[in-house]
Design a protein around this ligand. Structure first.
Ligand SMILES: [Zn+2]
Length: 131
């Protein structure tokens, strides 16, 4: 099912993904986490058999350490969307990287062939000024 690839089709796919990146919405890098916790107030329902409270955070790695930003309940849904958008962007960027790598791999044998051809031309003619 895989079609033979050409540099042009790979580059066209890169452009399409870059256009999709251009339509990105607000985003925040990190992982949205939902935690359940008791507030510590002994008079609170959560300390007396009630449901624990929901707490929200976005975690990310900064210089190898996990950093957490606590998210107010009123912003939780919106910020969760931002982190989902970040996931989408990250996926697109990874796909663009993979396509770029394929373009580079396709180019290498061609560049070698062109170099060989140019070397042959240079040894037979004085004027070889190909771009
Ligand atoms: Zn409580």
């Amino acid at each position: 099912m895989e079609m033979p690839e050409s540099v042009d089709t790979l580059k066209a796919r890169m452009h399409a993904k870059i256009r999709a990146l251009g339509k990105a919405g607000l985003f925040l890098s990190g992982t949205f986490v939902r935690k359940r916790r008791r507030c510590g107030n002994p008079a609170c329902a959560c300390a007396n058999g009630g449901e624990p409270h929901s707490a929200y955070a976005v975690t990310s790695k900064v210089a190898g350490k996990t950093k957490a930003i606590y998210i107010p309940v009123g912003l939780a849904d919106e910020v969760e969307q931002w982190t989902n958008e970040y996931k989408r962007i990250k996926k697109l960027m990874k796909e663009i990287d993979e396509l770029a790598e394929r373009v580079i791999r396709l180019h290498v044998p061609r560049a070698r062939a062109a170099k060989r051809r140019n070397a042959i031309l240079a040894s037979t003619t004085e004027t070889s000024s190909e771009p």
